[in-house]
Design a protein around this ligand. Structure first.
Ligand code: BGC
Length: 570
């Protein structure tokens, strides 16, 4: 099938009506409504602005948008501090705008999932304001209170740069309340059935408005139990299984995607027996990709994938390189963390908590070859890839903005004022300044400029996403590493039904050569997928010889000779 934008839309719409496993083939794109496109000149992105950019996303070839929290909020944690789960933040538009956005996205064959913050609310949420009236208020038991700040002392502190305790003193109630994140984000009390029912109601509310699912925020922390780390407790799994069961009832093609930043054995548990989350972010893999690259050695990637490849058939990993948070290094060893920090975050300003607050291009020293290498890994390793908005352009960051805001600057649409993001006359109206560092300045790193240049990083991304879409082996296929003595090389097969895709990556900066035993495919032809170039026939009697220059990769489909294109020379 040749992918014109029209056929892509038809294909996606057809899948939408038939396929409950659509998420296995999907490419996800993470964005914040506030950061994407302003339609009202107030310096903040909004739903109508986002609607005007849906054609861009369809052209890029993504299948599903993941919206960061867009609910009313005092914005002390970029919207993860929700003050009303049933509405849209007035800066971003109205519920009607949201509905229109869903309609327009679906019209283009794009699905939409949204962040849902189950674990906590803002101190400004009415529920907490009522709870503060004391134990006689029915909302009091919606939160976790204690007279002692020593309770649950085995629980770690996640925002370790800012917080010193998971308890905060409430002078009105004269008790401590529990919070796993900022002290202005009290945790909900999931022991209370009313809380569980209310949050299920919230889920149904948004699904009824047409949302295709949720990226569930901070899932490991819902329940607490003395003597434990208060993470990954069976009760937490139990709650999400209930949500899943509810979705199986009337929303069978919607998905739950877990943010569970945990050690591999705990992360994988969130798939349940195929009855909990459809997808889980692959936190175990992400830092190990960066480690393998810095070491120019495949082992870290191979080891982790082998540990976590056995997941239920109806589930899928969500792979990613970067997102709106720091590149988290919580779940690697101390030595590994030190190594990654030294390689990728030389200055203190680049670090926050236990991670690195940088975007993809700056992490990779703006080296186009390495950006292609890692993006191609993202697009071909098992799982469904998530692209963080702007990384398809190679956008830079600004580590001088506080918290994780340096990676949340306005999307760069054009070389015009305010990066084409907003027509606000005064640039200081913008919620955040666009990137003006000369290496990443919006005058050159922007959509309009890159769409015109055939070999821009944006066009490379479009082309590579389109190649991924030509073979379901990428989304649904098995994964087999092909051994080679040369550990700089990562070579693997993705196989699905009668499709076989061979992917080879040189993780080092130097040119290299290697042999692969492809004898099981004797007499078949490798066809390089980016250019449809026929390679020599595979022979049973000797290994196949490849060369790759530094940080290059190639993907091949392996086909019967009559299905291969003609030889390109002779
Ligand atoms: C989100 C963060 C947020 C935190 C607290 C997460 O894991 O990704 O951006 O600060 O939850 O809600």
């Amino acid at each position: 099938m040749i992918y014109t934008p029209e056929s892509f839309i038809l294909f996606s719409m057809e899948k939408q009506s038939l396929d409950t496993l659509w998420f296995k083939d999907a490419v996800f794109y993470e964005l914040h409504v506030r950061t994407f496109k302003d339609s009202t000149e107030d310096g903040m992105g909004d739903f109508p602005g986002l609607i005007s950019k849906l054609d861009y996303l369809a052209r890029l070839g993504i299948d599903c948008i993941w919206l960061l929290p867009f609910f009313p909020s005092p914005l002390r944690d970029d919207g993860y501090d929700v003050s009303d789960f049933y509405n849209v933040h007035p800066d971003l538009g109205t519920l009607e705008d949201f509905k229109m956005f869903i309609k327009e996205a679906h019209k283009r064959g794009l699905r939409v999932i949204a962040d849902m913050v189950f674990n906590h609310v803002s101190v400004e949420h009415n529920w907490f304001q009522e709870a503060r009236q004391g134990p006689s208020n029915p909302k009091y038991n919606w939160f976790v209170w204690s007279q002692s700040s020593k309770k649950y002392s085995n629980a770690r502190i996640i925002f370790s740069d800012i917080e010193t305790s998971n308890w905060a003193w409430d002078p009105e109630v004269k008790a401590y309340y529990w919070h796993r994140f900022y002290n202005h984000q009290p945790d909900l009390n999931y022991e209370n059935p009313e809380v569980r029912e209310e949050m299920k109601k919230v889920v149904r509310f948004w699904l009824d408005l047409g949302l295709d699912g949720f990226r569930c925020d901070a899932v490991p922390y819902l329940f607490e139990k003395e003597g434990t780390k208060c993470e990954n407790l069976p009760e937490t799994h139990g709650f999400f299984k209930e949500v899943r069961a509810m979705m199986e009832q009337g929303y069978r093609d919607r998905i739950l995607l877990a943010e569970a930043n945990q050690w591999p054995t705990d992360t994988i548990e969130y798939f349940g027996d195929g009855d909990e989350f459809h997808m889980v972010f692959n936190f175990p893999l992400m830092p190990r990709i960066f480690m393998s690259l810095a070491r120019a050695n495949r082992q870290a990637i191979v080891d982790i994938i082998q540990q976590i490849s056995n997941i239920p058939k109806n589930c899928q990993w969500a792979t990613f390189l970067r997102n709106h948070d720091e590149l988290t290094l919580e779940m690697v060893t101390t030595e590994e963390r030190e190594f990654i920090l030294t390689e990728y975050a030389k200055h203190q300003k680049m670090r926050i908590n236990l991670g690195i607050r940088r975007r993809l291009a700056p992490l990779l020293d703006n080296d186009r070859l390495t950006m292609e290498l890692l993006t191609a890994l993202l697009l071909s390793l098992p799982g469904s890839p998530t692209i963080y908005y702007g990384d398809e352009l190679g956008m830079g960051d600004n580590t001088y903005l506080g918290d994780r805001n340096g990676v949340r600057t306005p999307m760069q649409w054009s070389p015009d004022a305010n990066a084409g993001f907003s027509e606000a006359v005064d640039p200081e109206y913008l919620y955040m300044p666009p990137v003006v560092n000369p290496s990443y300045h919006y005058e050159s790193i922007n959509v309009r400029t890159q769409e015109k240049m055939p070999y821009s990083f944006l066009n490379w991304n479009k082309k590579t996403i389109a190649i991924r879409k030509k073979s379901q082996a990428f989304g649904r296929g098995g994964f087999r590493v092909l051994g080679s003595e040369n550990e700089k090389i990562l070579a693997f097969l993705r196989e699905y039904k009668d499709e076989r895709v061979l992917c080879i990556f040189n993780l080092s900066r130097q040119p290299t050569f290697f042999h692969l035993d492809l004898s099981e495919f004797a007499n078949l032809i490798p066809v390089e997928m980016a250019n449809d170039t026929r390679f020599p026939r595979i022979k049973a009697e000797r290994p196949y010889f490849f060369t790759l220059t530094g940080h290059r990769f190639m993907w091949f489909k392996i086909v019967e000779p009559h299905l291969a294109p003609p030889k390109s020379f002779e």
